[in-house]
Write a protein that binds this ligand. Structure first.
Ligand SMILES: [Zn+2]
Length: 155
């Protein structure tokens, strides 16, 4: 069983590193792959390829690079504030690399939620921003082999 899971994971890593032809337009979010990177830009005037960008692929496959777990009683009273802060970080991060996105926010209960990001950097950036704004404790665990960050914030 373990072997199978590992093989699946490798296959997906392969997909992440897959080579796209240029120019390619993501048929889900409209990003354009050109000059070796995904950009938020106008669709190419001439012919282009269509595919799914790595961020949309991860969201579609439910295969995230960053998982942030928040545990605190202040989630009850400050949930909107915290969600806004996360969205702002996402925007900031998207300006650097439009593949860095929040895929989903899962409310576990009144005082716990999970935030899933397409790549590891954004989960870490959000965790640090929450730590700066609300104090508490932050723990970051990287798994180097598959580039997944698990971030835990507790207060
Ligand atoms: Zn896309």
């Amino acid at each position: 069983m373990k072997t199978n899971l590992y093989a699946q994971r490798n296959e997906r890593l392969y997909l992440k590193n897959k080579k796209y032809k240029e120019p390619t337009v993501c048929k889900i979010c409209g990003l354009v792959f050109i000059d070796g990177i995904w950009k938020k830009t106008e669709k190419p005037k001439g012919e282009y390829f269509e595919d799914v960008c790595p961020a949309c692929r991860r969201i579609k496959d439910n295969y995230y690079g960053g998982i942030l777990n928040l545990k605190s009683d202040i989630l009850k009273s400050k949930k909107d504030e915290i969600v806004n802060l996360m969205k702002n970080k996402e925007k900031e991060s998207e300006n650097i690399n439009p593949l860095r996105r929040i895929g989903k926010i899962e409310v576990v209960n009144d005082s716990e939620m999970n935030v899933y990001t397409t790549f590891e950097h954004l989960a870490v950036a959000i965790g640090k921003a929450i730590l700066r704004a609300f104090k508490g404790d932050l723990e970051i665990k990287y798994k180097e082999d598959d580039k997944v960050a698990r971030v835990y914030w507790i207060k």
